[in-house]
Design a protein around this ligand. Structure first.
Ligand code: FES
Length: 188
């Protein structure tokens, strides 16, 4: 007996419940559309987050908070004659040296490549741990690759009698600046 089932009926048969029909070529499934949309939204959200992040960094850039360049360093009587005082080394990057006739303030920045030397009291010198530069107690370079002496910062007396350090003003020995006002504070 010939099969008299029409094409329409065949189509209905294939859509009968329980039987899943594979999408035909060119036909997009609902699930495919939904996942494409989800992917699109995810990409959009990621791009937006990136733009917001960049905007945030622009609005609130990294700021390096440095200690003030000018500060009071206590009363002269609190310093021992002949000592290299390290109380401001970590916070302000300088040593205060008390001599019988006065004070000077040395920068802790090695003039070779900027490392921080150590004060070796037993050897009476500053020694840089990076490449071995050495400086006298006055800051003169005596060994290693350091090309010039340590710099000095301006030191004066504040109105209240405390030592006042101004790191905005530097004095370089090789330029003859250690004899200028502020490079040394006479104090007997
Ligand atoms: Fe001090 Fe090189 S940085 S010796």
């Amino acid at each position: 007996m010939a099969d008299e089932t029409t094409e329409e009926e065949q189509g209905k048969e294939s859509e009968s419940p329980g039987l899943k029909r594979a999408p035909l070529r060119g036909e997009v499934s609902r699930r495919g559309v939904l996942s494409t949309l989800a992917l699109g939204w995810a990409a959009f959200a990621a791009a937006s987050a990136g733009i917001l992040g960049a905007f945030g960094r622009f609005m609130f850039p990294n700021v390096l908070f440095e200690p003030p360049q000018e500060f009071k360093a206590g009363f002269p009587q609190t310093y021992a004659v002949g000592e290299v005082d390290e109380r401001f080394k970590a916070a302000y990057g300088c040593w205060l040296v008390r001599e019988p006739k006065g004070f000077y303030c040395l920068s802790t920045i090695c003039t070779h490549l900027g490392c921080t030397p150590n004060w070796l009291a037993a050897d009476e010198k500053f020694k840089c741990p990076c490449h071995g530069s050495g400086y006298t107690k006055q800051g003169i370079n005596i060994e290693g690759p350091a090309p010039r002496p340590l710099e000095r910062y301006k030191i004066t007396l504040a109105e209240d009698g405390q030592l006042l350090i101004d790191k905005n003003t530097k004095f370089q020995q090789e330029k003859g600046q250690w004899s200028l006002d502020g490079a040394y504070l006479d104090y007997v």
